[in-house]
Design a protein around this ligand. Sequence first.
Ligand SMILES: Cc1ncc(COP(=O)(O)O)c(C=O)c1O
Length: 392
Amino acid sequence: MTGPLSGVRTAVNPLRQLTIDQLRQRTSLKWREHPDDVLPLWVAEMDVPLAEPVALAITDAVARGDSGYTAGTAYPQALAEFARRRWGWDGLAVERTALVPDVMHGVVEALRLVTEPGDAVVVNCPVYPPFYEFVAHAGRRVVEAPLGDALRIDLDALEEAFRRARAGGRPAAYLLCSPHNPTGVVHSAAELTAVADLAERHGVRVVADEIHAPVVAGGARFVPYLSVPGAENGLSLMSASKGWNLAGLRGGLLIAGPAAAADLARVPFGVSVSTSHLGVIAHTAAFRDGGEWLDALLTGLDDNRRLLADLLAEHLPAVGYQPGQGTYLAWLDCRALGLGDDPATVFLDSARVALNSGLTFGTGGGGHVRLNLATAPELITEAVRRMAGVVG
Ligand SMILES: Cc1ncc(COP(=O)(O)O)c(C=O)c1O
């Protein structure tokens, strides 16, 4: 690399631009947690250079010394326009948004708006592990509604969980993950409409974590929860963090449906002003100008999903994999390999491949691992080769 922006290009597959030696120089979690002989395909960071419009926005801000408290509505405006262009949704009203420091802190704020300490929060397990930690941190309790056939939302299980959550007439929330981490399932309009109906009938408030919304394959359609009929009192969290790899440049948006505007008004000013101004600049640039880069990423991810399916079929045919259309994560059912409840430990110790342990994703996660596809195809190939080597 010769300059701060060298390596930054658009329209070419961003997953093919960095060498492993360049990646090993990174100081973020994915590449620092394990020694150099380990291939890290775990935490949700992507092995991509920054999208050029984002890099330019940040370097311009640095050149201006523009590192104070954040202000204005450029971020929600950019997201509203992105939502209109990409999802055909024009219901994102800038005045019904609040800046939040990041998506998980936004989830906590949203849960605080609609529930009281000790109330229940329903989640679809297996699900993103911090859902458990942050719900507990917010003083609420998790009620699990396991995913059903083909890893999709099971409406009967959800209804049963809603009943348990509302026992004694207490308020309750449903923390929906859309698209779903770790399965990559993109919920359909019909599913989300049924969810809204069920939530309405049981008096459960829906908080939709839609952080992976930009990362949906070209052939699929992301449906914003707040766009479906009956979702008017819902809350959503969005950000450019997953789509453009901005976890180090934090920032999220809490978005309220029309009937949740009064709730949103209770978000303390101090929460919104705690959002990183450089983060807001980065996320705004991503949503406003990062579409071409995102399209190239999505094409690369499609290739990687196919590659992984082919590699598993050839080298690890006993592993179950149903490629999702969203996220850059692959949920692998390793129960037939005979590696016990926690195959991630075996793959780390013996294959030197770091994956996320399914056990951390709640009920139903045992015997599974989560693999991060947002990397170079060569690394996926090498990882599967190593994994197959320990299975014999
Ligand atoms: C579903 C989901 N929500 C939230 C986050 C984290 O978001 P943030 O870093 O903005 O808190 C992730 C990160 O992978 C995620 O997958």
